[in-house]
Unconditional design. Structure first.
Length: 56
């Protein structure tokens, strides 16, 4: 499916499936508009700032 040069609105984009969807679409050159609740955005920012984020 051709997605390049399109736009998408992603709800729940701060974490979980919403974040994964937003990242996947952005990787395919889609202009992404991500939305989430303020509390979820704050929590996601704390996780992203953590030095252990993404480690197993």
């Amino acid at each position: 499916m051709q997605l390049e040069n399109t736009a998408a609105i992603v709800t729940g984009a701060a974490s979980g499936l919403g974040a994964a969807t937003a990242h996947a679409l952005a990787g395919r050159k889609v202009q992404v508009f991500g939305f989430d609740l303020p509390s979820a955005i704050e929590q996601a920012a704390e996780i992203d700032a953590s030095p252990t984020w993404g480690s197993t």
